[in-house]
Design a protein around this ligand. Structure first.
Ligand SMILES: [Zn+2]
Length: 300
């Protein structure tokens, strides 16, 4: 059986066509995944995350402000997206999608969202194109339901997972690993359980060596009830915001190694797509689909 893939049309929100955030990549990713035969029975469609669920990882006042379209202008600027109705609907749908992917991972071993990885959203506000921290909300929801007791976040987006680190800073049940470009956004990094800051220009070989050096020992030490994998494709050499030098083949090998390391230990894995930036969404969407191909190849 191919791993379930979670998608919702609301993942593509309405923002100006010339906006620097490549919003159309979500629509295009779904088309590619379907055309490549990875979702023969169709996508699994999530319910939007509820206010109560979102408030398990965020301050209730922030959640209410977002849902009421009343985010203060200073925070809206930090998020970097116009906080209109479609952007808010997208944030709730994407978070619901990661919750659903996690439930499906617990049931089937492996499942991926076609959005998610909003790792810059902190407990009290969003930032860096992230409104709600979908992975943090999903972890808190599953813990509140007694479905999991521990979790590991493997964050391979090129930007440091500062929001996730902040939310779980005092939570010993959640281990956070961030593999990122040291000189990249955010300027002020928050301490994850383990941070690996890579130099500008890091290539496939050095990147994969850094990953191999930490992932297996960390899995053996923590043996979490679930792994959330942020498969951001912004470490790619052509990414507009990346500064690293991974190739398409390097990203594919990274995804394969993470899935193999986690699943060979019998640990469920929920994949989210994270960042990927550039003016042309086609190559970015194709890079994001590498995650879904890697998941399908492992299951097959
Ligand atoms: Zn990123």
């Amino acid at each position: 059986m191919l791993p379930p893939i979670v998608h919702h049309p609301a993942y593509t929100a309405e923002i100006p066509a010339d906006h620097r955030f490549p919003m159309q990549k979500y629509r295009r990713l779904a088309e590619i995944v379907a055309a490549d035969g990875l979702a023969p029975a169709g996508f699994v469609v999530p319910e939007p995350a509820t206010s109560a669920q979102l408030s398990l990882a965020h301050d209730q006042s922030y959640v209410e402000a977002v849902l009421a379209l009343a985010v203060p202008p200073a925070i809206e600027r930090e998020i970097g997206l116009p906080m209109n109705e479609t952007v808010v609907r997208r944030a709730a749908a994407a978070t619901g999608g990661t919750i659903l992917a996690a439930r499906l991972a617990l049931a089937h071993g492996l499942a991926c969202n076609t959005a998610g990885g909003s790792h810059h959203a902190r407990s009290d506000q969003g930032a860096g194109f992230c409104t709600f921290n979908d992975v943090a909300v999903a972890i808190r929801v599953l813990m509140a339901e007694g479905m999991i007791g521990t979790a590991l976040v493997v964050d391979c987006d090129v930007h440091q997972g500062d929001g996730t680190a902040e939310i779980f800073a005092a939570d010993a049940t959640v281990t956070t690993l961030s593999l990122h470009g040291e000189k990249n956004y955010p300027v002020r990094k928050r301490a994850s359980t383990i941070d690996i800051g890579l130099a500008d220009g890091t290539d496939d070989r050095a990147y994969l060596a850094a990953l191999d050096g930490i992932l297996a020992p960390l899995l053996d030490r923590t043996h979490p009830d679930i792994v959330f994998y942020n498969a951001g494709v912004d470490p790619h050499e052509e990414d507009r915001l990346g500064r690293l030098s991974l190739s398409d083949a390097g990203l594919a090998e990274r995804d394969r190694r993470v899935i193999e390391a986690v699943r060979s230990r019998g640990i469920p894995l929920a994949g989210v797509i994270g960042g990927g930036y550039g003016a042309d969404v086609e190559p970015i969407a194709r890079r994001h689909a590498l995650l879904h191909h890697a998941a399908a190849a492992f299951a097959g």
